[in-house]
Design a protein around this ligand. Structure first.
Ligand code: NAP
Length: 289
């Protein structure tokens, strides 16, 4: 059993924190909208605090599952932020962040504490079912004490050695994920325009060599049979902006990634930012060549 602070009870964080509690870890939660944290604590019986400094005092690890770099900055820095706490061994950032931000965290962490970037692949159903892939920016020896936490939340943890490498690889994977989302939207729009029923079109795509696991579990979202929001258009745009910045840093051409980013920006400007990224299909159906 480990003493864990958990900040960020969003769509993913609630499931991850719940799974830590189910494994018997002593979890205390914090969330910017404090009411969410209070409701979660009264539902699960875990601890709750309104103070980030308290959340990061005398814990084996503090896990953060926040929206983006700026949310993570707000939570870690400042006189009342996580880094003002004392006696916490590890700060584990599990949201999708830029590698630069992770390095910044690593440099600013309290003496003796380590920072691990451990972003996850898999959406809300995977988070609920402890089926996440955890991509850790550390070596296996550094990860070892925290494996009971990673195993509570995921099916596999891959350690990439260096701080920030998890963040890089997560952006690489999401370039693929958001590219598939965009291409699926185009393929479905083309089939539909030629008169093929969307359900039948999806049946064929799902049975084809092109079917990725994400398409299978996202089927009801693409077919308009579910209004659930698993991953917003705005967060997808954030991912592709980070990937574009990283590609510029390394001088790598990513023409397809650029198109994916432009389409996500356009969908967001069209009012779809808070919707599931499956809404890109609706956006493409309305877009004329
Ligand atoms: P979400 O539902 O939007 O939750 C975001 C969390 O960040 C909430 O707890 C929110 O607090 C908090 N937050 C936002 N801005 C903040 C700020 N300025 N200060 C403090 N807290 C702030 O997002 P999510 O879908 O759980 O995703 C979380 C992270 O995981 C993101 O980086 C995302 O890219 C990544 N991710 C998501 C998925 C997915 O399928 N959803 C899969 C893999 C990775 P409030 O409750 O107060 O708004």
């Amino acid at each position: 059993m480990m003493r864990v602070g958990f900040a960020g009870l969003g769509r993913m964080g609630v499931h991850m924190a719940r799974n830590l509690i189910a494994d018997g870890h002593e979890v205390t939660v914090w969330n910017r909208s404090a009411e969410k944290a209070r409701a979660f604590a009264s539902d699960t019986g875990c601890g709750v605090t309104g103070s980030l400094r308290d959340l990061a005092t005398d814990r084996d690890a503090v896990l953060t599952m926040l929206a983006d770099d700026s949310a993570s900055e707000e939570v870690h820095f400042g006189s009342d932020g996580l880094f003002a706490g004392q006696g916490t061994a590890a700060f584990i950032e599990m949201g999708t962040m830029s590698p630069d931000h992770i390095r910044q965290l690593s440099e600013a962490a309290p003496a003796g504490a380590c920072v691990i970037d451990a972003p996850v692949s898999g959406s809300t159903p995977a988070a609920k079912a402890r089926d996440l892939l955890i991509i850790a920016g550390c070596d296996t020896a550094t990860a070892a004490p925290y494996m009971p936490l990673f195993d509570a939340m995921g099916r596999q943890t891959i350690c990439l050695g260096e701080v920030g490498a998890g963040a890089v690889m997560k952006l690489a994977v999401n370039t693929l994920i958001h590219g598939i989302n965009q291409t699926l939207a185009e393929a479905m729009t083309l089939a539909g325009a030629a008169g093929i029923d969307p359900t039948r079109a999806f049946d064929v795509i799902e049975a084809s060599a092109a079917c990725a696991p994400m398409l299978k579990f996202r089927r009801p979202l693409y077919l308009g049979q579910s209004d659930e929001v698993t991953f917003t258009v705005s967060l997808a745009r954030k991912d592709m902006e980070l990937a574009a910045a990283l590609s510029a840093t390394y001088g790598v051409a990513m023409p397809q990634g650029d198109v994916t980013l432009q389409m996500l920006k356009a969908a967001e400007a069209g009012g779809l930012g808070a919707q599931d990224m499956a809404a890109v299909l609706r956006y493409m159906r309305d877009l004329k060549s």
